[in-house]
Design a protein around this ligand. Structure first.
Ligand code: SAM
Length: 239
């Protein structure tokens, strides 16, 4: 997969994108991340990228020209790739696991990180997606782009060693993940549930599903409304 990021703050990506799975995916050649500063594409001799809003109002807006030219340069470099161009914006579609799964199927993703008061409206015509990472306002799109890159890249089959563990993750199944334990069996009088130690896979599976349902029902009942409950789930919920 190739990922391009357009930002005014390329240094923000230097540490986080070089560590852990994302760092390894790049080392192993499964992922290429290119970060460009769209200020370098400004046609203005002072390299300005922002200007006052027409009609007045607080703050400055990002101009369309530098971002347009930066995108054109990427398109020239990668003419064959089908691109998904994602604009980071608090007014975009809320990001979720399903979107990360869709993104992980693509060959080339481009993230545009905004700043200041936002964008000249015409920038929206250059993109395929407008995405928000939550109902709050950040200073810029960089942290949001990193969140989306992380959630997407860990779903690439070559990246997450055990593919099954992504499928069982909270939100992938439509439920929150069930509680999990590792050694020791007892810590400060807190014991690992007996069922997990008896080796009966059917009983363990039932317990895990029941606990996932319980946790989802207690913490995120809204999620249960979005999935179709199987007969097995209904029975477990009634117990
Ligand atoms: N005035 C804008 C508004 O009310 O929608 C907010 C601009 S914000 C200070 C600057 C940039 O940060 C945005 O253009 C966007 O790229 C990014 N940003 C801020 N909050 C975000 C969020 N929740 N999701 C995605 N991007 C966000």
């Amino acid at each position: 997969m190739r990922i391009d990021v357009l930002t005014l703050f390329p240094k923000m990506f230097e540490g986080p994108m070089g560590e852990s799975m994302i760092g390894k995916a790049q080392e192993n050649g499964h992922l290429e991340i290119n970060v460009s500063n769209f200020r370098d594409y400004s046609a203005n001799k002072h390299q300005t990228v922002d200007d006052y809003p027409y009609g007045g109002g607080a703050g400055m807006l990002l101009k369309v020209q530098p971002i347009y030219d930066n995108l054109e340069a990427i398109k020239e470099e990668t003419p064959a790739s089908k691109k998904r161009i994602v604009l980071l914006d608090p007014a975009g579609t809320p990001f979720n696991q399903k979107m990360a799964e869709d993104f992980s199927q693509e060959d080339h993703l481009i993230f545009i990180c905004g700043h200041y008061e936002g964008y000249d409206e015409r920038i929206r015509s250059l993109v395929t997606d407008e995405v928000s990472i939550g109902d709050y306002v950040l200073t810029g799109g960089e942290l949001g782009a990193m969140v989306m890159i992380d959630a997407t890249v860990r779903l690439l089959p070559e990246v997450l060693g055990n593919e099954l563990s992504a499928k069982a993750d909270s939100h992938s199944t439509g439920l929150l993940e069930h509680p999990q334990y590792t050694r020791p069996a007892v810590f400060n009088d807190m014991e690992v549930p007996e069922v997990l130690k008896n080796g009966n896979h059917k009983l363990i599976e039932n317990w895990q599903l029941k606990e996932a349902l319980r946790r989802t029902w207690q913490r995120r009942p809204d999620m249960l409304e979005k999935i179709e409950l199987t007969d097995e789930m209904k029975k477990l919920l009634e117990e």
